[in-house]
Design a protein around this ligand. Structure first.
Ligand code: COA
Length: 232
């Protein structure tokens, strides 16, 4: 895994992305992840903790709607590789969403391995994966392709809606403070993923899949694309 930033690469807009909502703290996961660092003591230990926690989050139910190569059971080793692959992509950002309420207190400072794991397991709510795509013909604008997933135990409590609302709000704020701009946010959702479609629609995204669905469902793409234009 790369530890240094290659200065020849175009800068990532989402590097350092960090925001909070009513119930969540959302922060880019990179060594060192500030939220768990005090408990995990070292960068390596922190990665071990993150691998165990992410492996437990990526259950078969959670990965079922995701791309085929992300499906199937996760060991901590597979989860670690999954995270490293994402982090190593220069235009991809992995965000961890943790509960503001859970996992705080003495365990955060004890430095004990089991405590660190417990604190991290209790606090993790979900993950955001964001891919930056250069807008054709524009030297500096980007579209963001947004993916998210939540730990099963937090489903149905409005967390995904809150998470996406927070992300959109961070992007709007970013556009107001930086010359590099986020032109739009795009979400691709399996047609059968009713909850995820609802999350996007509630946050102002519009379906851009062409044509009306056929009555027998044939010839329909399996994924529906949703779009939120921020500029232009
Ligand atoms: C999809 C997912 C992110 C939704 O998370 P969530 O926190 O349960 O979503 P919310 O609680 O914010 O609910 C969003 C909306 O969907 C509705 N909803 C939730 N589960 C539903 C279901 N099984 N069927 C129909 N609607 C559902 C909710 O009622 C809510 O709508 P409302 O506010 O109008 O009542 C979560 O189930 C998940 O991580 N799934 C696996 C990974 C995944 O599918 N990621 C998205 C890939 S595009």
């Amino acid at each position: 895994m790369a530890d240094t930033v290659d200065s020849s690469l175009p800068a990532s807009i989402l590097h350092g992305c960090c925001f909070e909502t009513d119930r969540l703290l959302v922060q880019e996961f990179k060594p060192t992840f500030a939220r768990w660092h005090s408990a995990a003591e070292s960068k390596e230990h922190e990665f071990d903790v993150a691998s165990v926690v992410v492996a437990s989050l990526l259950t078969e139910e959670v990965t079922k709607p995701l791309p085929p190569h992300w499906q199937g059971p996760y060991s901590p080793d597979r989860a670690r590789q999954w995270m490293c692959d994402l982090i190593d992509e220069p235009m991809t950002t992995l965000l961890f969403a943790v509960s503001k309420e859970r996992g705080t207190g003495d365990t955060e400072r004890s430095g004990d391995e089991d405590d660190a794991l417990k604190m991290a397991s209790d606090s993790i709510v979900g993950l955001v994966i964001a891919f930056e795509l250069a807008v054709e013909g524009s030297g500096f604008q980007k579209d963001i392709r947004l993916g998210y997933l939540l730990s099963e135990r937090f489903w149905g409590q409005g967390f995904a809606s809150e998470l996406v609302r927070g992300f959109v709000s961070w992007c709007r704020q970013f556009n107001g403070t930086d010359t590099r701009q986020i032109a739009s946010i795009i979400g691709g959702v399996a047609r059968t993923n009713v909850a995820s479609k609802r999350v996007l629609v509630k946050n102002g995204f519009q379906s851009i899949s062409s044509g009306s669905p056929s009555t027998d469902g044939e010839d329909e793409p399996e994924e529906e694309e949703f779009h939120l234009q921020l500029i232009g």
